[in-house]
Design a protein around this ligand. Structure first.
Ligand code: ZN
Length: 110
């Protein structure tokens, strides 16, 4: 068998729509969570080589998971974020102060 022919067969096997996508996504999430059973793992492996929406779904879920992991691991805020929070707090304090002054003026005038 030559490899060109093999590739054509592989592409034809790939499903472009998933008739059972909800179920597939549940399975994908179980696999990513590490809570999948051996049966689910087996089904997942088969599915991932032939179901296009599931491959895409898996990649999306996986990248979200990776991003969340990065966020959790980076416990300490970058300096710029700390600075931004501080300046926002400053603005909030100024606004509160202004309201306070307005109330005082209001009392003085009336
Ligand atoms: Zn699927």
């Amino acid at each position: 068998m030559n490899s060109d022919m093999n590739e054509t067969v592989e592409a034809d096997k790939l499903k472009h729509s998933c008739e059972n996508h909800q179920k597939c996504m549940e399975m994908i999430q179980a696999v990513l969570d590490g809570s999948a059973t051996a049966d689910e793992m087996e089904h997942f492996k088969t599915n991932m080589s032939e179901c296009m929406p599931c491959i895409e779904g898996y990649e999306l879920e996986n990248s979200i998971k990776e991003a969340l992991k990065m966020k959790v691991e980076k416990k300490c805020c970058p300096q710029s974020v700390v600075h931004k929070i501080k300046s926002n707090l400053g603005i909030a304090l100024v606004l509160v102060g202004m309201v306070f002054i307005e109330i005082k003026l209001f009392h003085l005038i009336f």
